[in-house]
Design a protein around this ligand. Structure first.
Ligand SMILES: Nc1ncnc2c1ncn2[C@@H]1O[C@H](COP(=O)(O)OP(=O)(O)OP(=O)(O)O)[C@@H](O)[C@H]1O
Ligand SMILES: [Mg+2]
Length: 348
């Protein structure tokens, strides 16, 4: 009997529906269940052919268990090695290389020293940081957000230097990115499953949380939807994710990739709505079954570099950076920087 396990956290609707959907297919030799584990021994291969992982980003014990499971031949959706290695700045960088539009973005040194480090650990960092150059490149409004974020935590919409520094001063020891805000007319969140199937959901991030998935949208132009679908696939294939959501904000007809590191995407009936929920349950069930049926020759490798050859010939579409302001240029020349004020932390 090949077993498909579901590993999950606080969510209530998706895990049970997935198990039910798979078992409802009454397939010979395949059954789904919730994973149950205790202390993990080196010498005991896990019982599951496939595990759908919804929670290991929050629980290091689960992440370590899943890596061990992969070594013993379990297929994990999504691959825990790549998920551990990935971050959002790399994602944007890859998007730009692949010819998928991404807003101008920088990563910034931590506002507070990470635990266990001191000023002496920071001697490779430019000081003071050239804030004028940063602002000239990104402009305002912009978004300050973590390089490893999720659930809109520590995301700040900033409209001026003052607002930026207020937000940056609150960012603790997180590694933050500053990104040009896309002034969007449409916003899409796309489920991408098995690097093949795409469901484009109309999403309005300006609405209250519970109403963001637009249930009866006016359809966007076909050409735009095709571009969104192709870009979503391109990103997930290059990243190797079998389950992901890719978000695009559309300005002047160009879909900019905003957030595509969601390997355990929201699939709750109450937020995505009945139709999206039914689609994601059915599609992930089919994927898990197909993975369970496919004999595994060896542990998969991830080769995003293979996607770069042709794409590197294509100039990456990156939103136009904000124009450098004369004052910024002058300050740069004089070697000045505007330091953030406040707490006893890195002053760049
Ligand atoms: N460059 C941008 N232009 C316009 N809007 C943005 C931009 N960056 C972020 N946002 C807005 O902020 C929201 C949260 O940002 P983002 O998706 O990057 O963070 P997150 O914490 O990963 O969110 P989640 O995982 O819940 O989707 C986005 O849904 C979008 O509405
Ligand atoms: Mg997001």
């Amino acid at each position: 009997m090949k077993k498909i396990g579901v590993l999950f956290g606080m969510e209530n609707t998706f895990p049970g529906a997935l198990v039910e959907k798979i078992n409802g297919k009454n397939l010979d030799g395949i059954a789904a269940e919730f994973v149950e584990i205790g202390a993990i021994r080196l010498d005991r291969p896990p019982a599951w052919s496939v595990i759908v992982d919804r929670i290991s980003h929050d629980i290091p014990f689960y992440r370590a268990f899943l890596k061990h499971a992969v070594l013993h031949g379990t297929t994990v959706i999504n691959n825990p090695f790549w998920w551990s290695a990935d971050d959002k700045f790399f994602n944007y960088s890859l998007a730009a290389k692949l010819g998928v539009a991404a807003p101008p973005t920088v990563i910034l040194p931590h506002k507070h020293y990470p635990a266990g480090t001191t000023e002496r650990s920071m001697r490779n960092l430019q000081f003071p940081l050239d804030w004028d150059a940063v602002f000239a490149y990104i402009g305002f409004p912009s978004f300050l957000k973590p390089v490893n974020g999720g659930g809109w935590r520590d995301v700040y919409h900033v409209h001026s230097r003052e607002e930026f520094f207020q937000a940056y001063d609150q960012s603790r020891d997180l590694c933050m990115m500053l990104q040009k805000a896309v002034n969007f007319t449409e916003y899409f969140r796309c489920y991408v499953v098995g690097q093949e199937k795409v469901r484009i959901m109309y999403y309005d991030p300006r609405r209250p949380h519970a109403e963001r998935y637009v249930q009866n949208p006016t359809p966007a132009p076909k050409k735009l939807l095709e571009k969104v679908e192709q870009d979503a696939l391109k990103l997930c294939r290059a990243l190797g994710y079998d389950l992901n959501t890719v978000e695009f904000a559309v300005e002047d007809g160009i879909p900019y990739a905003i957030d595509f590191m969601n390997p355990a995407p929201d699939a709750d009936l109450h937020s995505v709505g009945k139709e999206n929920f039914e689609w994601i349950v059915e599609t992930v069930a089919d994927l898990a079954v197909q993975k369970a049926k496919t004999a595994k020759a060896k542990v998969p490798e991830f080769h995003w570099s293979a996607y770069l050859g042709a794409a590197s010939q294509t100039p990456a579409k990156v939103a136009k950076p904000a124009a450098a302001k004369p004052a910024a240029k002058k300050a740069k020349k004089a070697g000045k920087a505007i330091a953030s004020t406040g707490s006893p932390v890195i002053q760049r």
